[in-house]
Write a protein that binds this ligand. Structure first.
Ligand code: NAP
Length: 362
């Protein structure tokens, strides 16, 4: 079978560049189309990202000469050269919503990294190991949009991916009741580096707009149920968060406290984390980490710099599970925000959509 032809809209930004790097090495996907704002449109990709290429690998040779199209004005051209698109545009929310539905209505599936559609009731927000069954709502969304092939699907916010995976296999089994989470988030989460955000050097900023609301609400959609034509949010656990920006390049760390209705013991939790496998592991998808949840026994791990790239940045690293005086337990966990938390998570979702037949090609 031929490779899937892939477009990236928002290809010049921090997350878009990650998509470009990941697709270059991908066994199923080939990058055919790059698009961004009118500021970049018409330029060869290498020129459009000159002076702001932030990936560790050089710009892929096959992408350098691609002409950047306008994500808003060249929809027909982008759709005709892509079997599906990844969306990583940074625009006002209502324009992103409209733009992504425009692609879907043009019969082009959209896998979005953006927040705009995360709480739309018939748009699945999926972490492939956690709620792959939510893809079933695509059928209802296609009915609403009047499409045969097109739809929008999204991945969750990057902060959520550092702690929800650790909760997931414990939640129903022991009745996860309440949790308190403080996240320590990298500057690449704001699309920045130390050069473009120098105020982060030697500093911590105790505010990330909208992040705490997303961190508390989105888990309830991930654990929601499809009822009729919508995903109905779960009504527990109750989660409270504080999210701060810290001076690290990549990697979101979470300090987590949790209590259960039926308290498990520590060894049981570690065993369940070690044994947990999701649909991507069963299907052996190309970007799936072999071991999704890694537990470190060393008392000073996981560390952002040492552990964010575990299994190519697609695994979740956990450590320091211990009893707490106010909650049952506390622990630390880390995920890579632009890999598992953004482009890598979206690529894994695309693989799942292809493997499960939601995106088909001739
Ligand atoms: P970024 O570096 O600022 O890149 C933004 C991209 O959007 C660029 O390609 C830009 O094109 C394009 N763009 C801006 N205005 C546009 C317009 N009017 N029409 C078409 N394209 C337009 O942002 P980012 O960090 O990659 O984030 C992208 C999105 O992902 C954001 O919504 C962000 O909230 C979300 N996100 C980011 C992360 C992360 O870790 N960074 C994680 C999860 C989600 P030009 O280069 O031409 O301006």
């Amino acid at each position: 079978m031929r490779k899937y032809r892939v477009g990236v809209i928002g290809a010049t930004g921090m997350v878009g560049q990650r998509f470009v790097s990941l697709i270059d090495k991908h066994p199923w996907f080939t990058l055919t189309t790059v698009a961004a704002s009118s500021r970049s449109a018409g330029k060869p990709y290498a020129q459009a990202v000159a002076g702001r290429w932030m990936m560790p690998d050089p710009i892929p040779g096959s992408t350098k000469g691609l002409t950047v199209l306008s994500a808003e004005s060249d929809v027909a051209g982008i759709v005709s050269s892509s079997d599906f698109v990844f969306s990583a545009v940074d625009m006002p929310k209502d324009r992103i919503k409209a733009l992504e539905e425009t692609y879907a209505k043009a019969e082009c599936p959209v896998i979005s990294n953006n927040g705009a559609h995360r709480l739309t009731p018939d748009v699945p927000m999926v972490i492939p190991e956690i709620n792959p069954e939510h893809l079933g709502i695509i059928h209802s969304q296609r009915k609403r949009l009047g499409t045969r092939r097109g739809f929008v699907t999204v991945k969750s916010n990057c902060s959520v991916q550092s702690y929800v995976p650790a909760f997931h296999p414990l939640k129903d089994r022991f009745g996860l009741d309440r949790a308190l989470v403080c996240t320590y988030q990298a500057i690449s989460g704001a699309g920045k580096t130390f050069e473009t955000l120098p105020e982060m050097i030697d500093n911590v900023i105790p505010y990330i707009g909208g992040e705490e609301e997303k961190s508390e609400q989105e888990p309830l959609k991930l654990w929601g149920k499809i009822i009729d034509d919508r995903i109905v949010l779960a009504d527990s656990p109750s989660i409270t968060t504080q999210c701060v920006r810290v001076p690290v390049t990549d990697g979101h760390l979470a300090a987590v406290f949790m209590s259960f209705k039926n308290k498990p013991d520590i060894d049981e939790i570690k065993y369940i984390w070690r044994e947990f496998k999701g649909r991507p592991q069963e299907l052996m998808l190309p970007s799936a980490p072999k071991q999704f949840l890694h537990y470190f026994e060393q008392e000073d791990r996981p560390q952002t710099k040492l552990d964010r790239l575990h299994e190519s940045g697609m695994a979740i690293s956990i450590g320091r599970l211990r009893p707490d005086t106010q909650y049952d337990y506390k622990f630390i966990s880390i995920s890579h925000n632009t890999l598992r938390g953004a482009a890598g998570g979206a690529v894994l979702l695309a693989e799942l959509l292809c493997a499960e037949g939601y995106i088909q090609i001739d």
